[in-house]
Design a protein around this ligand. Structure first.
Ligand SMILES: NC(=O)c1ccc[n+]([C@@H]2O[C@H](COP(=O)([O-])OP(=O)(O)OC[C@H]3O[C@@H](n4cnc5c(N)ncnc54)[C@H](OP(=O)(O)O)[C@@H]3O)[C@@H](O)[C@H]2O)c1
Length: 170
């Protein structure tokens, strides 16, 4: 969703994935100008590296986030919203004090209604809805456990919506 929104807003977006061959065309279809492998961010690096990004949305944390911070240019902002790679953050103050980088946490769980309404409004204008349809798979309640196993096995992409009103009995 971040790829689609940022591309719609006019940014040049680089998408990072561990499945470049499988998902490259899909991510370019969402608006990514470049698609790179997440291996590039997997190993611990220097606290300040060549500046590559004006900003970033990170859903994995840990060493990949530390590398993104080290590659963020002056006054850039990085949003941290997930921990798929780990809860640690092996970084230093260097990107913050030498480049003025901002690390912004995102918590979608306990936001007040007023904030949610603002965000939903922004989503209605900034997220291309045809792409949202394309990245969404809808399942019934009975399929939740098997879908969760697929998600954990890295076999699902995009988002899964659960239709809670239809439950097969038996
Ligand atoms: N802040 C909040 O309020 C909030 C709310 C909901 C969820 N979250 C968090 O947001 C994150 C993303 O949610 P999600 O449902 O999209 O999670 P997910 O399906 O577990 O992971 C998202 C993607 O991260 C990549 N990934 C997985 N393991 C990785 C690793 N070890 N190193 C680097 N990349 C890895 C995979 O992408 P590729 O296969 O393409 O590489 C995967 O598709 C999760 O950590 C979740 O807990 C936060």
């Amino acid at each position: 969703m971040a790829v689609a929104i940022l591309a719609r807003l006019g940014y040049r977006v680089t998408a990072v994935t561990g499945r470049v061959e499988e998902h490259g065309d899909y991510l370019r279809g969402l608006g990514a100008a470049d698609v790179i492998h997440r291996e590039e961010f997997a190993d611990p690096g220097k606290p300040m590296q060549k500046a590559r990004w004006a900003g970033a949305v990170d859903s994995v944390g840990s060493t990949p986030l530390a590398n993104v911070l080290a590659q963020t240019s002056n006054e850039g902002v990085v949003a941290a919203c997930g921990l798929a790679a780990g809860t640690d953050l092996p970084t230093s103050v260097v990107p913050f004090i030498l480049r003025g980088v901002t690390l912004r946490g995102v918590n979608s769980v306990t936001q007040p209604l007023a904030v949610r309404e603002r965000v939903w409004h922004r989503l209605s204008t900034d997220l291309p809805l045809d792409l949202l349809d394309q990245m969404t798979e809808t399942i019934g309640l009975n399929d939740v456990f098997s879908q969760a196993e697929k998600i954990l096995a890295g076999e699902v992409r995009g988002r899964t919506a659960v239709r809670v009103t239809e439950r097969k009995v038996g």
